[in-house]
Design a protein around this ligand. Structure first.
Ligand code: NAP
Length: 271
C-alpha cells in the first residue's frame, strides 16, 4: 500500500527539497498544506502524486482533513512564534484525533536540546513542541541537522560579510560547526519520513553530510578559492608567518555567484 506523507508549509524552499527527495521513492503520495496554494509551481499543482489543501495555520477543520489518512506529518513552517508553537500544536492535536502515528516537527536545526531555556529565543518554540509531543500518543521524530549552509552564508545570518570577506564569530575560530545543505537535510528528512520505525531525536546525519567542518581561517578560505586576494586594508596571514599583499582592485574579489558555486561544489552540488 502506498505511504502518504503530509507536509505543512509546503510552499517554500525546504519543503520543495523534501518533495524532490520523496519523489525518488515509488508509491508515495504527498499531501501539502498551506495558506497560499497559488504560490506553488505548476508542476506541483498538476502532479497526480500531490494533493494540496489550502487553509490557515489555525484552521482546525482543514488541518484535520489535511492529516487524515497520512502515515507521517512533516511540519516546514518557519514564521512567528505563534505559528511555530500554536500552529504546530494544531497539527499535533489533529494527528491525535486522526490517529496519525508520527510527526516530524519544524526543527531542522542545531541541537537545541543542549541550549538552556531562554538563551536562544528562536529555538524556544522547538523546545515547547518537543515537550508537547512527549505527552501525546503521536510519536515525534526530531531532525537536528545543524545549520543549513545556504542560510549560514546569507546576509540574514550576519556572520559572513562578503564585502569585507570577513566573519564575525565568537570563539577561537577553530570550533567545528555542524553544517549541511538544504537538499541534504531534506533527503535525510525524506528518509526518516519513509522509515515507519524512525522516532526520537536524530542528530547523526553524517552519511548524508558531505562537509561538516567549516574552513575557518582566511588562509584556508583563500586556499580553496573562496577569496582570490585580500580586500583593501585587509591582510591574510600565511602559514609561514607572512602576509598576502592586499589588493586595491575590487574586481579580483570573488563574486557572490562564484563564491556560492565553490561552496556547493565542495558538497557535490551545482547552482
Ligand atoms: N538550520 C538552519 O540553519 C535553518 C535555516 C533555514 C531554515 N531552517 C528550517 O527549515 C524549515 C523551513 O525553512 P524554509 O527556509 O523552507 O522556510 P521559509 O522559506 O521561510 O518557508 C516557511 C513556510 O512557513 C509558512 N508560513 C510562515 N508563516 C506562516 C503563517 N503565518 N501561516 C501559515 N504558514 C506560514 C510559509 O508559507 P507562505 O509561503 O504562505 O508564507 C512557508 O510555507 C524550518 O523548520 C526552519 O527552521 C533551518
Amino acid at each position: 500500500m502506498p505511504s502518504t506523507v503530509a507536509i505543512a508549509g509546503i510552499t517554500r524552499k525546504f519543503s520543495q527539497c523534501i518533495i524532490r527527495a520523496i519523489q525518488e521513492s515509488p508509491d508515495v503520495l504527498i499531501r501539502g498544506y498551506c495558506r497560499s496554494p497559488h504560490k506553488l509551481p505548476r508542476a506541483i499543482l498538476d502532479s497526480d502524486q500531490i494533493e494540496i489543501i489550502g487553509g490557515s495555520f489555525d484552521d482546525r477543520a482543514h488541518i484535520r482533513r489535511f492529516v487524515r489518512g497520512s502515515d507521517v506529518v512533516i511540519c516546514c513552517y518557519f514564521g512567528q512564534p505563534e505559528v511555530m508553537t500554536e500552529g504546530q500544536k494544531y497539527l499535533i492535536d489533529a494527528c491525535e484525533e486522526e490517529n496519525v502515528p508520527r510527526y516530524i516537527p519544524s526543527d531542522f536545526a542545531v541541537d537545541y536540546t543542549k541550549i538552556p531555556h531562554g538563551v536562544l529565543f528562536p529555538k524556544e518554540s522547538a523546545k515547547v513542541i518537543m515537550e508537547y509531543l512527549k505527552s501525546r500518543k503521536v510519536k515525534g521524530a526530531h531532525i537536528l541537522t545543524g545549520g543549513l549552509m545556504e542560510t549560514f552564508w546569507s546576509e540574514f545570518f550576519g556572520i559572513w560579510n562578503p564585502k569585507m570577506c570577513s566573519m564575525s564569530v565568537w570563539g577561537s575560530g577553530e570550533e567545528v560547526w555542524e553544517l549541511t545543505t538544504y537538499q541534504t537535510a531534506a533527503a535525510y528528512t525524506a528518509a526518516v519520513a519513509l522509515d515507519k520505525s524512525a522516532i526520537g531525536v536524530f542528530r547523526y546525519i553524517r552519511p548524508f553530510r558531505r562537509l561538516g567542518v567549516l574552513l575557518w581561517d582566511k588562509w584556508r578560505i583563500f586556499s580553496v578559492g573562496l577569496i582570490r586576494k585580500p580586500h583593501r586594508e585587509d591582510v591574510i596571514p600565511t602559514p609561514d608567518g607572512g602576509f598576502l599583499d592586499s589588493d586595491s582592485d575590487d574586481s579580483l574579489r570573488v563574486c557572490l555567484e562564484e563564491y556560492t558555486s565553490t561552496w556547493l561544489a565542495m558538497v557535490g552540488k551545482t547552482l
